[in-house]
Design a protein around this ligand. Structure first.
Ligand code: UD1
Length: 382
């Protein structure tokens, strides 16, 4: 049994910040020694720094400057540098979040250094093994001593993979803690006026998944379909750097009415998302945030690791075919919108529940290797 006193929280990329900020704050408030390490996977001011200000997070205690690179290179750099960091400041527990390369790399290093691992947003599965995020989630989950799930489907996925029930803690959605905390301020910012938009009378689009932006023909078709939407309703498109590079590479003449802007900070984006008529996205987090806000969301993917946003929330999975966008938008504009309710545990208190679990102490995997409900291996007839 350990009761962690020294905890390292790891962040690396944009979607990590809003998940880790509430845990970091609550654990510190409870008197634990908590260190914040930024791998530097995202490094642009607009992809990283602005989030620290917006979320009221202190500057990281360590910044590992790993930067961009292919998956293996980026993962390897995080591993090497985070290993040195853990050597210098040994932690009892390393908290990682989500599914980015930094998440998996830090979990692996912590495990090899004998530190316990806690995974925020454990148990999500798209069942699409081509997605780097799916690979990262599965590895991080199987290395974790504490698995903090946002919804019951996460628990079920983990149990199915043989992860012991005693390690799984359904604390709810930490990203929604950040959203609830900052929503009011975000809505009161002058962002809409600055962008020339009126509340309830515009759409927002985001695209960054390799499956949508890396193929030139597919990206061209998506931009044309977004252009058609922009003919009916102003369409704001904050552009991720990866997508910006691809669009620039196409040399496209952009459709009129499509308003491309730089990535927005957390508060600005939350403000525009909360007040839009509809959202078009391929992001994971935005599917959850729109469900929490009751905003209709069309997800341009063939699968989702967040099914609760469809079964309970305001999300519709429309597939990645550009031809699906027009009819799906028309349906929403005609008033056929998903009713949606906010899933249990998405209540702004998830970080408190996480801290309760951490402070109560737990038996780390190092001391507890008992198998849990092992099924029989496949009989190949030997
Ligand atoms: C990463 C995550 C993805 C998450 C997304 C949110 C992985 C495998 N993917 O994807 O799950 O949804 O973050 O944004 O970890 N770049 C910049 N400035 C930056 C960061 C990136 O210009 O601050 C550019 C670089 O050219 C880089 C490219 O964007 O090569 C992609 O960045 P990377 O971190 O590799 O992946 P994302 O697509 O951002």
């Amino acid at each position: 049994m350990i009761q962690p006193q020294r905890i390292t929280c790891v962040v690396g990329a944009r979607p990590n910040f809003m998940k880790v900020a509430p845990a970091f704050e609550v654990l510190r408030r409870r008197g634990l020694q908590v260190r914040l390490v930024h791998t530097g996977q995202h490094y642009d001011e607009k992809m990283s720094e602005v989030f620290f200000d917006d979320l009221g997070m202190p500057r990281p205690d360590a910044f590992l400057s790993v930067g961009s690179g292919n998956h293996a290179v980026q993962t390897a750099r995080v591993m090497e540098r985070f290993d040195a960091e853990l050597e210098q400041w040994p932690a009892d527990l390393v908290l990682v979040a989500g599914d980015v390369n930094s998440t998996m790399a830090a979990a692996l290093v912590a495990t090899k250094r004998g530190a316990a691992v806690g995974h925020i947003e454990a148990g999500l599965r798209s069942r699409d093994w081509r997605m780097p995020e799916e690979q990262n989630r599965v590895v991080a989950d199987h290395l974790s001593d504490l698995l903090f799930t946002p919804s019951a489907d996460g628990d079920a996925n983990l149990r199915r993979e043989g992860i012991a029930a005693r390690r799984i803690h359904r604390v709810g959605n930490l990203m929604i803690d950040s959203l609830r905390r900052h929503e009011e301020r975000a809505r009161s910012l002058p962002t809409l006026a600055e962008l020339g938009l009126r509340a309830g009378d515009y759409a927002v689009a985001t695209l960054h998944r390799p499956s949508n932006v890396d193929d030139p023909d597919h990206l061209r078709a998506l931009i044309a379909a977004l252009g058609a939407v922009a003919g009916q309703l102003p369409l704001l498109f904050p552009v991720h750097p990866r997508t910006r590079a691809r669009i620039d590479g196409l040399g496209l003449l952009l459709p009129k009415g499509l308003q491309l802007v730089e990535p927005l900070g957390y508060l600005q984006f939350l403000g525009v998302m909360a007040q839009c008529r509809l959202m078009l996205t391929d992001s994971g987090g935005i599917q959850e945030e729109t469900t929490a806000l009751g905003v209709p969301c069309l997800t341009l993917r063939d699968n989702t690791e967040r099914p609760v946003t469809v079964t309970e929330g305001t999300n519709r999975l429309i597939g990645s075919d550009a031809a699906a966008i027009g009819p799906a938008v028309a349906r929403l504009l005609a008033g056929d919108t998903p009713a949606g309710r906010v899933p249990a545990g998405w209540d702004g208190q998830a970080a408190e529940r996480l801290a309760d679990v951490v402070c109560a102490g737990f038996v780390p995997m190092l001391e507890d290797c008992a198998p849990d409900e092992l099924g029989p291996a496949q009989d190949v007839g030997a």
